[in-house]
Design a protein around this ligand. Structure first.
Ligand SMILES: [Zn+2]
Length: 86
């Protein structure tokens, strides 16, 4: 059956993409942030305070004026918030 072949290809593709994503992270820091990055993909968000791009899984997030804003570190978050108050 052709369907068995298609399912086999999909399974192999999923395993392959899993291992390709999994291996580079083994050398680096491992933790909940790494898992969140893998789940959310490699989407990058801009830190509005220092204008660096950070993976959405590693970003510090907060709600400002009803919008979710992402920062590279809690330090940038605090400084951005205190600048907004002025
Ligand atoms: Zn920053």
């Amino acid at each position: 059956m052709i369907f068995k072949l298609v399912i086999g290809v999909i399974v192999i593709y999923l395993l392959f993409s899993f291992f390709r994503k999994g291996f580079p992270q083994m050398g680096g820091k491992a933790g909940p942030a790494e898992i969140r990055t893998a789940v959310a993909g490699e989407e990058l968000v801009e830190d509005p305070f220092c204008h660096t791009y950070v993976p959405i899984g590693d970003a510090c997030r907060t709600q400002i004026d009803g919008k979710t804003v992402y920062f590279c570190s809690p330090k940038c978050l605090e400084q951005y918030k205190s600048e907004k108050k002025r």
